[in-house]
Design a protein around this ligand. Structure first.
Ligand code: MF3
Ligand code: CO
Ligand code: CO
Length: 258
């Protein structure tokens, strides 16, 4: 790896680590009776206290520091006075901006006891992301990433959201390439050592269509079925890949036992 790449990777590692630690920190607060605004405040303060800023805050007018997407919300749920209740599932998506670099990551959380179908949707979404990450190395095609996710998810009877994708990331929050979570094997550009992007599949229990609510942000499933999402920021290395947003505590998917 070139010298410039290793300096960039080191900064991405620091930003990614803080984003992951923020989710680790939030984990113990996520339970029935808590508002998503409360979680947003913890996110804001934790990142500030650890030398960064929350990239979502005021990004294109987004009003909060993280996204909290419950149940049929696909992504970009806005923290509010909404109270979490037993049986809810929720994605929290955090982006830390540290030393001019972005670390972007999201996980699913279960509030109290959740249904078996919710657990299946969550574990399928996590597994689809990790299968896609596992094939990353120089020469892998971008389409292979999409196809890996789509094949796995559809084999489980769920669907891949088309309207949002992963993205290049670094000093800029969202930049090329678009990383689609569906597609054809052996299509698209070849990955090269030093590339950095997110993989963040949004998977619906029912059909893949979504709509955006009047707030201009909240994306929900059109058929009102559940949706799940995980996200990691990753870099392509000589040998394969590096995940910048890994949990120190091994909080990969719920239940998060320490
Ligand atoms: N973190 C989201 C992503 O994965 C982007 C959130 S932008 C916001 O790309 F403005 F909605 F916060
Ligand atoms: Co992202
Ligand atoms: Co994100």
């Amino acid at each position: 790896m070139k010298k410039n790449d290793s300096e960039l990777f080191e900064k991405m590692h620091i930003a990614g680590k803080l984003a992951a630690r923020t989710l680790d920190e939030l984990t113990s607060f996520i339970k029935p009776g808590v508002t998503t605004n409360f979680l947003d405040k913890i996110c804001y303060e934790y990142i500030k206290d650890h030398g960064g800023n929350s990239a979502p805050l005021y990004y294109k007018g987004f009003p909060k520091s993280c996204c909290t997407s419950t149940n049929h919300i696909v992504c970009h749920g806005i923290p509010s006075e909404k109270v979490l209740k037993d049986g809810d599932i929720m994605n929290v998506d955090v982006t830390a901006f540290v030393d001019e670099h972005h670390g972007d990551t999201g996980r699913m959380f279960c509030i109290g006891d959740v249904s078996v179908k919710s657990k299946n949707l969550i574990s399928t979404t996590y597994e689809s992301m990790m299968r896609a990450i596992s094939i990353i190395k120089p020469g892998t095609k971008l389409g292979d990433i999409g196809a890996t996710i789509q094949d796995y998810v559809e084999s489980k009877g769920f669907s891949v959201v088309r309207d949002f994708c992963g993205h290049g990331i670094g000093t800029i929050f969202h930049k090329p390439p678009n990383v689609l979570h569906y597609g054809k094997k052996n299509s698209g550009i070849s990955l090269e050592c030093g590339m950095i992007f997110t993989i963040e599949p949004m998977i619906n229990e029912g059909k893949y269509e979504i709509k955006i609510l009047n707030d201009g942000w909240t994306a929900v499933t059109k058929d009102k079925t559940l949706s799940a999402q995980f996200e990691h920021t990753v870099g392509v290395t000589d040998k394969g890949f590096e995940i910048f947003t890994k949990s120190d505590k091994n909080f990969t998917q719920p239940p998060y036992l320490s």
